[in-house]
Design a protein around this ligand. Structure first.
Ligand SMILES: [Zn+2]
Length: 378
């Protein structure tokens, strides 16, 4: 077994040096320093941003397994105070990516002592998960072209599930989601003569009604969809002006990419109608785009087999999770499976102020990743 005290220490060091997406400079240095001591056959740094890749080669040829951990933190207003609190008060590891990285680093330590016999085991420490840019950039920059993994596995700690339970799902594991910004531009007018301006008020009302109806009667969709209006602003908070502009933010969600495309098509048609009927300029833009995370059945079988081998409880979900995960981008380049690791029934939820990654799940999780690679040891 790895030196668990060291892995906890590493997790606390990452927690203390929490950095937001795209700025994982200290984080990657800490991980790199640790990995150097684990003697990987190849250690690549600054890949597609701040990603680090450690490769352990077997003596015989074989397939390539890649395991990915995310390493970015989130902007917060406050977080738990303890002896390893984040040095930057406005950034904290409230999603537990510090723990994910510590677990993968623990696997590096295991592989240092138990070298694979065949094929390759690749450990990817990935930046920018929270913004949805990390995996996308790694793929688009061709970072994995030469490595060409056959299987890619990823995981997230999940509060609300018993500690160390492995949470799986056949098919879609987590939702596709996208942030949609709608900007409406008309013309200001004196509040006494609104008819001389072009107000976006009625168009905004029509959009709100449109999204509500789409949620209640989602006709033509194969599965669950959800649109959440997260922000609406019209004009300025004054009495004297009839507004000439408005902005609306909506989070779009679906269990499949096909349904997401249909949501976007329906919205485009609605926007066209509003442009004609209200004489407004309307611009739309998408951001934080996450495809649906779909598990490959062969990769899923490897995860569940590893859990059974270790006599770990498997909780197979019936419904996909509503949240999204940028691991979904790897779906197109290998056989992938994403799974959850129970963080404890009483563990505060992810992104909550009182959340702190439970160190107690580190030892079993490292062992589990080792079991996931068992095909490389025979
Ligand atoms: Zn996360």
């Amino acid at each position: 077994m790895e030196n668990i005290a060291d892995m906890k220490k590493l997790r606390h060091l990452l927690h203390q040096n929490a950095e937001v997406s795209g700025k994982e400079i200290k984080t990657s240095t800490i991980i790199e320093d640790f990995l150097k001591k684990q003697n990987p056959d190849t250690l690549l740094t600054k890949q597609g941003g701040n990603a680090i890749i450690a490769i352990f080669n077997g003596m015989k040829p074989g397939f390539t397994t890649m395991i990915r951990a995310d390493m970015d933190a989130v902007k917060v207003s406050s977080s738990v105070v303890n002896d390893y609190s984040s040095l930057n008060k406005s950034v904290s590891h409230q999603c537990g990516h510090d723990g994910h990285s510590a677990i993968l680093a623990g696997l590096a330590s295991f592989l240092n002592k138990n070298r694979p016999v065949n094929g390759k085991i690749v450990l990817l420490f990935q930046p920018e998960e929270e913004t949805g840019n990390g995996a996308k950039r790694i793929i688009s920059k061709g970072v994995l072209n030469e490595i060409a993994p056959d299987f890619i596995f990823g995981y997230h700690n999940l509060p609300g599930f018993s500690e160390n339970t492995i949470i799986t799902k056949e098919g879609t594991f987590a939702s596709a989601s996208s942030g949609l910004a709608i900007e409406l531009k008309g013309k200001n007018a004196h509040a006494a003569n609104p008819e001389s301006g072009i107000s976006p008020v009625l168009a905004v009302m029509s959009l709100i009604d449109f999204f509500e109806k789409l949620n209640k009667k989602p006709s033509g969709f194969k599965d669950f969809i959800l649109n959440t209006i997260t922000h609406v602003s019209i004009g300025k908070p004054v009495f004297g002006i009839s507004p000439g502009s408005a902005k609306m933010l909506v989070t779009l969600r679906s269990f499949s990419d096909t349904d997401m495309n249909l949501i976007i098509k329906k919205i485009s048609n609605k926007i066209l109608e509003l442009k004609v009927n209200h004489r407004l300029e309307i611009k739309t833009s998408l951001s934080d785009v996450f495809p649906a995370l779909v598990n490959n059945s062969e990769a899923l079988a490897i995860v569940e087999q590893a859990a059974r081998k270790m006599k770990i409880k498997i909780k197979r979900q019936n419904e996909p999770f509503r949240w999204s995960e940028d691991f979904a981008h790897y779906n197109n380049i290998a056989k992938t499976c994403y799974f959850g690791i129970g963080a404890g029934k009483d563990c505060p939820g992810l992104h909550q102020e009182s959340y702190d990654f439970p160190d107690s799940i580190i030892p079993k999780s490292i062992e589990f990743l080792g079991a996931l690679c068992s095909g490389h040891f025979s």
